[in-house]
Design a protein around this ligand. Structure first.
Ligand SMILES: *Cc1c(COP(=O)(O)O)cnc(C)c1O
Length: 226
């Protein structure tokens, strides 16, 4: 039952945080609803989940229109094309996947037109095997400086999608690396509070390494149907 799965995930989040002396309340659960049917999402909302992550603007738009009655916060977790920026700004509270200067400028421009300050995380690419999107560590500071000069974009932290490993323990160095990069930047960019890292099979390790947002799909809502 979904209610049992949800409470077991929250327990795992709590224990992982306590193992390393963190306050479990600083960790947000993003329920990844991509390719999940609307009924399932409504069931999750009924059970109290309030932050949902989608990776495609069009799919998200259709769902959001059908799930209006709940006060849900929608997050964009997938790569965002510049031609979808305007729609994305209308739909999403937080975009986890800022991955280029061009996209930053597009978000700022459209957000200004819509009178919004768009909250974003910068997606960082830590290895060549991982997702093809994300900025390299060496380009990160340049993008932060560009964003500092844009009024309608607000960077709140970093996100990464590490390569897949059978054993969650093998992912730990990637999570640790993102945390170290963030800690190094914190002095000059004190607003980098969030670390979005950890998915279904490795979120506990991510929390031990400092994740403040875990993005969980299949472990929570089951296999995706599309
Ligand atoms: C699909 C997806 C997730 C969730 O993956 P699961 O393994 O189902 O938990 C998390 N983050 C991103 C960016 C995704 O695209």
């Amino acid at each position: 039952m979904l209610s049992e799965i949800i409470s077991s995930i929250f327990k795992k989040i709590t224990y992982a945080a306590l193992r390393v002396g963190r306050n479990p309340e600083e960790i947000k659960l993003i329920a990844v609803t991509k390719s999940q049917p609307v009924d399932k999402i409504i069931e999750a909302a009924d059970l109290g989940l309030r932050i949902f992550g989608e990776n495609r603007v069009q799919e998200a738009k259709e769902k959001i229109e059908r799930i209006k009655e709940f006060n849900i916060e929608w997050h964009m977790i997938g790569h965002l094309q510049t031609n979808k920026v305007r729609e994305a700004i209308k739909l999403f509270t937080l975009i986890h996947s800022l991955d280029s200067e061009r996209l930053a400028i597009a978000i700022d421009k459209e957000a200004e037109k819509l009178n919004k300050v768009q909250r974003v995380l910068i997606q960082v690419k830590l290895s060549h095997e991982e997702s093809k999107y994300g900025v390299e560590e060496t380009e990160l500071e340049r993008l932060l400086q560009i964003c500092n000069n844009l009024k309608n974009i607000k960077v709140e932290g970093l996100m990464t999608i590490p390569p897949y490993f059978e054993k969650p323990e093998d992912v730990r160095p990637y999570f640790r690396k993102l945390r170290q990069i963030r800690d190094f930047l914190l002095e000059r960019y004190p607003y980098l509070k969030e670390l979005s890292m950890g998915m279904s099979h490795d979120f506990e390790v991510a929390i031990e390494e400092g994740a403040t947002m875990v993005r969980i799909g299949t472990a929570l809502l089951g296999q995706r149907t599309k």
